[in-house]
Design a protein around this ligand. Structure first.
Ligand SMILES: *Cc1c(COP(=O)(O)O)cnc(C)c1O
Length: 472
């Protein structure tokens, strides 16, 4: 039997009609619509009922006045309508953080997406003839100009670019690839599995550390369709090693009339040696070496949207574009808009480093980061007692399965709070508004400003202050 003070409390839960008539709730209805508010009001009433039934003493009852109910309802509706995909501040220093969306887009790319998203476009319509056009047409000229290739196509991502190219050029036949290049990228992209999914047969040659041209040649038979070269993006085999250069593979391909496909992974269009990082094979170099088909990502070192770019000889690109899978992996207009605007920035090699955020983050020199870090540390120290911030040297990573040996020198802001462990502080930062993702080492939260733009610094300080002040 329910005790009488509980019965009494249950009767005092405001009636839904009364709640909906409250002026504050009317405002909520104007913002979120009646049906969402109604749902939230019912959920709130159910939660209050639960709290009453769970109360062990009269003193532990929840407040039952209308104002308290409305406050609870507001919280409920905020939780209920909160979007899932939201911006975060990346203070990890990992420039291409796959879990944080890889490359941030250039301002020009964002503007172009807005422009194309808002209305109609000539996505598949020729404004010259007034007839149906091709979505591949928009970027083909630009990609050929930037890479030296004859033809180009853009698909959903580089995994799709490899899958589609293999399906179109080698289905039911053999593809020769070096054992040391059977890469796995981020768990789900594995060269042997992609080959199987595309319907071709893997013909591994060489050993883990060494492969010679004669190994490829010995594997060629009447059922061979293609020679594949894969860039070992996220690992390096060092020591006693041997690989075959693209030019040699191309010569072998020509001898047997076989195309050479190179999966470059990141595929850069600038010379990274100018900022002193490991060499990453540039796309134009592969095309100049005579490689027939080259694939690479749009959102790795290129710094554009998620996309897979295929460039190469026209006769192969024609087959790739016509394959039924091409439709299944095609890109949308928003991607094309962002990619076109990003690629256009590469036409001005002097300024591309400033305009593409990925390149800007990679090039940012550690003295500049040190100055920003000192300013940030001072602002954090001003946040109140018990929070300390010191600047110390460290390294940033390129990330995104690129340049695994590169450690970019940087300066970190190491933060400690006397109320919270580093783990707790990092959790609160992650769950704050805006969320901040940071590193932890030696019980300190480490912030790397290489991946934080100056416009985010104020929010970062506020987020830290809020996280610290909410501590025990
Ligand atoms: C990253 C990578 C891929 C996959 O590219 P996504 O754009 O992530 O699909 C394929 N091959 C190589 C060598 C890579 O580095």
């Amino acid at each position: 039997m329910v005790v009488s003070w509980k019965n009494d409390a249950l009767r005092r839960i405001p009636a839904i009609e009364q709640v909906l008539a409250a002026p504050k709730v009317q405002d909520l209805i104007a913002r979120f619509g009646r049906s969402q508010v109604l749902e939230a009001a019912r959920a709130t009433a159910a939660a209050v009922r639960q709290a009453i039934l769970a109360a062990t003493t009269e003193e532990s009852l929840p407040p039952l006045d209308m104002a308290a109910f409305v406050a609870r309802l507001e919280h409920q509706i905020e939780t209920q309508t909160k979007p899932s995909l939201i911006p975060v501040i990346n203070a990890t220093g990992v420039v291409l953080h796959t879990n944080l969306g890889r490359a941030p887009l250039a301002a020009e790319a964002c503007a172009k997406v807005m422009e194309v998203a808002r209305g109609y476009s000539n996505l598949e319509y020729s404004l010259i003839s007034g007839e149906r056009g091709s979505r591949h047409s928009h970027l083909e000229k630009l990609l050929c100009q930037l890479t030296g290739a004859e033809a180009a196509a853009v698909v959903n991502n580089n995994a799709a670019a490899v899958l589609l190219s293999l399906a179109a050029l080698a289905a039911k036949r053999e593809v020769v690839v070096a054992r040391g290049q059977l890469v796995e990228i981020g768990g789900s992209f594995r060269i042997p599995e992609v080959m199987e999914a595309s319907g071709c047969q893997l013909k591994e040659v060489g050993t883990t550390n060494k492969v010679y041209l004669r190994d490829y040649e010995a594997a060629i038979n009447e059922n061979t369709a293609l020679l594949l070269k894969v860039h070992t993006s996220n690992y390096r085999i060092c020591g006693f090693t041997q690989t075959v250069a693209a030019t040699e593979l191309v010569a072998l391909g020509q001898k047997y009339n076989l195309p050479v496909l190179e999966d470059l992974g990141s595929g850069v269009l600038v010379d990274l040696s100018t900022i002193g990082v490991e060499k990453e094979p540039p796309v134009p170099e592969s095309i100049a070496a005579g490689v027939d088909i080259v694939t690479f990502s749009g959102d790795k070192l290129l710094g554009g949207p998620q996309a897979g770019i295929i460039v190469g000889k026209k006769k192969y690109l024609d087959l790739i574009k016509r394959h039924p899978l091409a439709r299944a992996v095609r890109v949308g207009k928003l991607t094309l808009a962002a990619l076109e605007a990003t690629l256009q920035l590469y036409l001005d090699p002097d300024r591309v480093w400033e305009r593409v955020p990925t390149l800007r983050a990679l090039r940012q020199d550690d003295e500049m980061i040190k100055m920003r870090a000192q300013r940030l540390a001072a602002a954090i120290a001003d946040c109140g007692d018990g929070i300390t911030a010191v600047v110390c040297p460290g390294t940033s990573e390129v990330g995104g399965g690129s340049l695994p040996l590169t450690a970019l020198p940087t300066f970190l802001v190491a933060v400690t709070s006397d109320r919270l462990s580093a783990q707790e502080l990092a959790t609160r930062l992650r769950q704050g508004q805006p969320p901040v993702v940071a590193r932890i080492a030696d019980d300190r939260v480490l912030l790397d400003l290489r991946t934080v733009v100056p416009a985010e610094e104020k929010d970062l300080v506020a987020a830290l202050a809020a996280a610290h002040l909410k501590g025990r």
